[in-house]
Write a protein that binds this ligand. Structure first.
Ligand code: C2E
Ligand code: CA
Ligand code: CA
Ligand code: CA
Length: 274
């Protein structure tokens, strides 16, 4: 029994070692990913409740040479850990602004910003620079932030958000309802949009509590005159419920999955040759 116990401990150690080694390997590969053109940007449509497309959210993808697509939930935290997110975030922003500036229809584009991008470097300067460089109207750009942005240096983050807003950029509060203090942040900053987290939409039909939470978020947001986007809308039943509750916008597989922009050229007004 003793030997078996020892063997067990040993097994767990190697398992942990393996995981750590794997993280380091991925982190190392991520440094090369930008240079080797392994990162790409997918676009997911955002629509009004009647289905009319009003814009897109940009979602980064990593096509790893041997592992294939690594989900952002796996590599974004690694990039945040070693600071690479600043470079990746800037790259995404440049791609997205350049892309959107070329569209015949002036649709909105939303980009996710990491809390780390708010702490390090000069985010305002780099966004401003990219807008000038690409010629995209600032009012067409939205940035999506989670409450993590406001948890670190609150004053610094708030000032940055104010300056971005002064440039004309729209500010969306992402994953609303999942954090601890979503509510208190609503009084500190005039957000242009609130995105109700996907988890509440997912359980809309199954759990009555979710429906009540969605109703409460909508009535709160509307009292504050902030439009709401529902994330992860997959079914017509969910869409109909949200429309009934006067939700303004939606995003989810019902309207379209994240994909290469070419997939949505028709919606943007770009002629697709066949
Ligand atoms: P998020 O910002 O909350 O993005 C929404 C996620 O929900 C995306 O996952 C999207 O593919 C997924 N989704 C959208 N509609 C549906 C639906 O109807 N059903 C289901 N099951 N899922 C849906 P994705 O692309 O894997 O991204 C995960 C997270 O990674 C994002 O969550 C965001 O926090 C982060 N992320 C993605 N791109 C970037 C980026 O460029 N920069 C930063 N900092 N973070 C990013
Ligand atoms: Ca988002
Ligand atoms: Ca979200
Ligand atoms: Ca999320």
């Amino acid at each position: 029994a003793k030997r078996e116990g020892r063997g067990r401990v040993c097994f767990f150690e190697t398992e942990m070692d393996r995981e750590l080694r794997d993280r380091r390997l991925l982190q190392h590969d991520l440094r090369l990913a930008l240079e080797q053109n392994e990162l790409l940007v997918y676009f997911q449509p955002q629509a009004r409740m009647d289905g009319e497309i009003i814009g897109f959210e940009a979602l980064v993808r990593w096509n790893h040479p041997t592992r294939g697509f690594v989900p952002p939930d796996q590599f974004i935290p690694l990039a945040e850990e070693n600071g690479l997110i600043t470079e990746i975030g800037e790259w995404v922003l440049r791609q997205v602004c350049r892309e959107a500036a070329s569209w015949p229809r002036p649709l909105q584009v939303a980009v996710n910003l990491s809390p780390v991008q708010f702490q390090a470097g000069d985010l305002e300067r780099s966004i401003h620079q990219i807008l000038l460089e690409t010629g995209l109207a600032p009012t067409r750009l939205a940035v999506e932030i989670t409450e993590g942005v406001l948890i670190g240096d609150f004053t610094r983050a708030l000032n940055l958000l104010r300056r971005l807003k002064a440039l004309g950029i729209r500010i969306a509060m992402d994953d609303f309802g999942t954090g601890y203090s979503s509510l208190s942040y609503l009084q500190s900053f005039p957000f242009d949009k609130i995105k109700i987290d996907r988890s509440f939409i997912l359980n809309l039909e199954a759990t009555p509590q979710s429906a009540e939470i969605v109703r409460a978020v909508l009535s709160l947001a509307h009292a504050l005159h902030i439009p709401v986007v529902a994330e992860g809308v997959e079914t017509e039943a969910q869409r109909a419920f949200l429309e009934g509750e006067a939700c303004e916008e939606m995003q989810g597989y019902l309207i379209g999955r994240p994909g290469p922009i070419e997939q949505y050229f028709g919606l943007i007004g770009i002629k697709v040759e066949r």
